[in-house]
Design a protein around this ligand. Structure first.
Ligand SMILES: [Ca+2]
Ligand SMILES: [Ca+2]
Length: 115
């Protein structure tokens, strides 16, 4: 049985290929696929953002080799940035409520621009 972290890494890879395989290059996300992934997998994050150009901005930020697609290496940058933002929020909550160590609030992610 995989450890929790191994399971999380496996899930990241599975999620990425679930969406990247829908259209065009099956190892990369085009803009439509990225949008689907964000809508389905980061719903709370997206609904907390009011910017209609958000997907375009995320795409531009992530696409470091400028091929207009997001490959797995570029995708993990987003996940890492969001995870760091979530951890910052988690630590802030800890300082406010030192007696509680479980935080189930899901609306904790900041936009990548704030990371
Ligand atoms: Ca694709
Ligand atoms: Ca790219």
């Amino acid at each position: 049985m995989p450890s929790q972290l191994e399971g999380a890494m496996d899930a990241l890879i599975t999620v990425f290929y679930n969406y990247s395989g829908n259209d065009g290059d099956k190892y990369k996300l085009n803009k439509g696929e990225l949008k689907q992934l964000l809508n389905s997998e980061l719903t709370d994050f997206l609904t907390s953002q009011k910017d209609p150009m958000l997907v375009e901005k995320i795409m531009n930020d992530l696409d470091s080799n400028k091929d207009n697609e997001v490959d797995f290496n570029e995708f993990v940058v987003l996940v890492a940035a969001l995870t760091v933002a979530c951890n910052d929020f988690f630590q802030e909550q800890q300082m406010r409520k030192p007696s509680r160590y479980v935080n189930n609030n899901k609306n904790y992610c900041k936009s990548p621009a704030e990371v």
